[in-house]
Design a protein. Structure first.
Length: 100
């Protein structure tokens, strides 16, 4: 499930790991959100409601995108237009999210 800005997750200790064995370093991290329930309505912890705290945590893999191709002479990963592949470019955001 993709996190939206309204989900208010916070993330813990990210590690760069090759989870697919193909040389791409992806992010493995834990995330958590806290909310409170009061009178049937959900409040965020920032709303200063002191009772009924609900906690949710997940282990998340943010998969680094694959380059379109790799230059056979240099091993440089490339975009479809031949420029150097940048996994942090806006065209590759957001990275694919896997909740483990």
């Amino acid at each position: 499930s993709a996190a939206t800005s309204g989900d208010r997750w916070f993330y813990h200790r990210a590690s760069w790991v090759d989870l697919t064995g193909d040389g791409r370093l992806s992010v493995l991290t834990a995330r958590c959100r806290l909310s409170t329930r009061f009178g049937g309505k959900t409040y965020n912890v920032n709303d200063d409601v002191a009772s009924g705290i609900s906690k949710q945590g997940e282990l998340v893999w943010l998969e680094c995108p694959r380059p379109y191709k790799v230059d056979s002479a240099t091993g440089t990963p490339l975009e479809a237009d031949g420029t150097v592949f940048d996994p942090f470019s806006a065209i590759h955001m957001p990275w694919k999210e896997h909740v483990l």
